[in-house]
Write a protein that binds this ligand. Structure first.
Ligand code: 5GP
Length: 207
């Protein structure tokens, strides 16, 4: 007999999707499309970096002090964490991800390669997507067009982008590389690959 603490088995199994890619590659827009078109849940990360004017606490990130971040880390509340660009800490709160997966949802993590590799280690079924710029000139032009950074910061982000792309390729842990030369096509391809994988997972488990 089912006890009151038993959860109903979801109709479709959850799927954890990890999306990485360098700054300025259109990652956030693609993630939004996946969320809207496939009904995914976006995991809101914790970070110690300052909030920009456009961002909202609890929506874009949980903006925490170093002490608060370390507290979460020490209590085992983060699924993964990384110091991105050697400046600020970023991490994925564990509980919302675990609960959404148990409820059969598609969960999207938009995180850097270091964090993504930690997730893949602990969750080998995670579907790993890397968004790439068409070429280095385009990446540089996009970083400049964002108007968010000065030339020094742009040069740094450009160098970081190159090493992140190299690390993603060398790791052999990414399932797909999507080139964002045309945003609509990149969004369509990303959604199609995730939907395909979700179908596979559902058929393997017989749901
Ligand atoms: P930004 O500060 O521009 O919002 O993000 C900088 C980088 O941090 C991006 O590459 C983004 O994917 C990554 N990032 C955001 N949240 C997380 C997280 O929870 N964990 C990890 N490892 N990286 C994250």
């Amino acid at each position: 007999m089912m006890s009151t603490t038993d959860r109903p088995t979801p109709a479709t199994p959850g799927l954890l999707v990890v999306i990485s890619g360098p700054s300025g590659v259109g990652k956030t827009t693609i993630v939004r499309a996946v969320k809207d078109r496939l009904g995914g849940m976006f995991s809101v990360s914790a970070t110690t970096r300052p909030r920009t004017e456009m961002e909202r606490h609890g929506v874009d990130y949980y903006f925490l002090s170093e002490e608060e971040f370390v507290g979460m880390l020490e209590r085992g509340e983060l699924l993964e964490h990384a110091e991105v660009f050697g400046r600020h800490w970023y991490g994925t709160p564990r509980r919302p991800v675990v609960e959404a997966l148990a409820a059969g949802r598609l969960v999207i993590l938009e995180i850097d390669v270091q964090g993504a590799l930690q997730v893949k280690q602990g969750a080998p079924d995670a579907f790993m997507v890397f968004i790439e710029p068409p070429d280095e000139e385009t990446l540089l032009a996009r970083l400049r067009a964002r108007g968010r950074d000065d030339e020094d910061a742009i040069a740094r982000r450009f160098a970081e982008a190159r090493s992140e792309i190299a690390l993603a390729r060398e790791s052999g842990r990414y399932d797909v590389f999507i080139v964002n030369d045309d945003l609509e096509r990149a969004q369509r391809d990303t959604c199609a690959r995730i939907a395909e994988r979700r179908g596979e997972v559902a058929s393997v488990t017989g749901s």
